[in-house]
Ligand binder design. Structure first.
Ligand SMILES: Cc1cc2nc3c(=O)[nH]c(=O)nc-3n(C[C@H](O)[C@H](O)[C@H](O)COP(=O)(O)OP(=O)(O)OC[C@H]3O[C@@H](n4cnc5c(N)ncnc54)[C@H](O)[C@@H]3O)c2cc1C
Length: 434
């Protein structure tokens, strides 16, 4: 039977970078991926500056930028309140210093590379870093001896048999992780309420920068991606998905017109160049993330709603963090339980508040008058708008309050003073047919 230091199951945005970091540290790594890349996947692909920083540290950001436009400024528009700014470089530096102890390679731009390209770049980087990459190979079972997971069995192209052992087996096989089931990892937190997401690709739109709009119980996003196309997304509460999906294309435009009529006009005059993609429900969870001989990364370990577009960034974070803790184990500088407990604690400290915020936001309740008053107080103040955007982009913590006492508040517009989501019928399902 083949023997490795580490086996990684899954070669996407959490598995490939984990394998790469470990191979670069000198370990013998096998990465098993059931698909053959390039392949697309059902996920939008906005990457915040923090995520681009991880890609730059990995050495692949230039490859991504060869094909994909990148920007520093973006707009978040909430009920007409326009917050325009970017994530300050110093904020990215501070976050990396506190989590990883260095800020090498951090950047302050964002980017939206297609997954068929990004995932292939990451897989190729793993291979060229010395990882034994086996595509078209699916793990079907795990080998357990004395309660310790010590290997995997599976099948590769032409029914070739895979049988391999390793000191550590990493599950990077996504939110439906079969590996997690096989090692009996339990879900320890679940948040059922989520958004639905419906998105397509258009050509002929002249709109640089990411633009997010929120109105009532809906959101929209648009950003430029590769091949001079834009990704155009609408999202809303999952409870309304079954009605939305009865006539999704019409409801897509209806939602866009309700939330962001200016952008809807651009979309209507553009050409859709690919079929729409959809995800009706995204239940969030945490799983027990390690046990004897095994550990999980990325969505296998923890999943959350799409609305802040943070899964890729967090997968890249997990990869870098986990590789550092596993290095200590593999060099006999730490025992397994200590290293994995430390990894879990550090990761949770970096993650818990943000995960909860995403779950709360995924309920898609309308904003309140108090919240709109707060957003209004940021509008036009660049440092405050930048801080807010850095919070949404999980670079500055939401626990770090945006200072409110250094500006004279401008008078509230009528629509905020009189704001009442019930009077605006925001709780009515606009897709329901009587
Ligand atoms: C609708 C939607 C929109 C999103 N939009 C964004 C966004 O804009 N920005 C963002 O940052 N994040 C976004 N996300 C989240 C992001 O897609 C995920 O967080 C990310 O893909 C997780 O990466 P992963 O490597 O953990 O899992 P995955 O990307 O799911 O990869 C798992 C890999 O494991 C392989 N695999 C599975 N089983 C086996 C097996 N038995 N043997 C071998 N290989 C196996 C699969 O083929 C796959 O390649 C979105 C998610 C959704 C659902």
């Amino acid at each position: 039977m083949e023997q490795f230091d580490v086996i990684v199951i899954g070669g996407s945005v959490s598995g490939a970078p984990t394998a790469t970091w470990l191979a670069r540290k000198g370990f013998k790594v096998l990465m098993v991926e059931k698909d053959i890349f390039p392949r697309d996947t059902n996920s939008t692909h906005f990457i915040w500056p923090r995520g681009m920083s991880y890609l730059n540290r990995l050495g692949v950001a230039d490859k991504i930028l060869e094909q994909t436009p990148h920007f520093k400024q973006l707009e978040v528009n909430i009920e007409g309140i326009r917050l325009h700014g970017g994530v300050p470089l110093q904020a990215v530096r501070d976050r990396f210093m506190s989590l990883h102890g260095d800020d090498d390679g951090v950047v302050d731009y964002y980017c939206g590379p297609r997954r068929f390209y990004l995932d292939k770049v990451l897989l190729d980087e793993a291979r060229s870093s010395g990882v034994d990459v086996r595509e078209g190979t699916s793990v079907k079972s795990v080998i357990i001896e004395d309660d310790v997971v010590v290997g995997v069995r599976g099948t590769g192209p032409d029914e070739t048999i895979l049988e391999a052992r390793a000191k550590v087996i990493i599950g990077a096989d996504g939110r439906m992780s079969k590996f997690a089931h096989r090692v009996n990892s339990q879900k320890i937190k679940v948040r059922e309420k989520s958004t639905f997401a419906y998105y397509g690709y258009y050509s002929g739109i002249d709109k640089p920068e990411l633009c997010i709009h929120k109105k009532g119980r809906f959101g929209t996003a648009i950003f430029p991606t590769m091949d001079e196309r834009h990704l155009v997304l609408v999202y809303g509460p999952t409870a309304w998905w079954s009605d939305f999906s009865k006539d999704p294309e019409a409801n897509f435009l209806k939602t866009y017109e309700f939330v962001a009529p200016d952008v809807a006009a651009l979309v209507k005059n553009a050409t859709r160049v690919e079929d729409f993609k959809a995800m009706g429900r995204m239940v969030a969870f945490h799983r027990e993330n390690w046990g004897k001989g095994w550990v999980l990364v990325g969505d296998a370990c923890s999943f959350k709603d799409q609305w802040t577009a943070m899964g890729i960034t967090h997968s890249l974070r997990d990869a870098e963090l986990l590789a550092d803790y596993l290095e200590k184990v593999l060099r006999d500088e730490s025992d397994w339980d200590t290293a994995m407990t430390q990894y879990t604690d550090v990761r949770n400290a970096d993650y818990e508040d943000y995960w909860s915020m995403v779950c709360d936001g995924a309920e898609m309740e309308p904003y309140t008058r108090e919240q709109l008053t707060f957003f209004h107080s940021l509008e036009g103040h660049q440092d405050k708008m930048d801080q807010f955007i850095a919070q949404v982009g999980d670079t500055i913590s939401f626990n770090q309050a945006i200072p409110q006492d250094d500006v004279t508040p401008s008078p509230l517009p009528d629509f905020i003073r009189d704001f009442d989501s019930n009077a605006l019928n925001y709780h009515d399902n606009m897709y329901a047919t009587s």
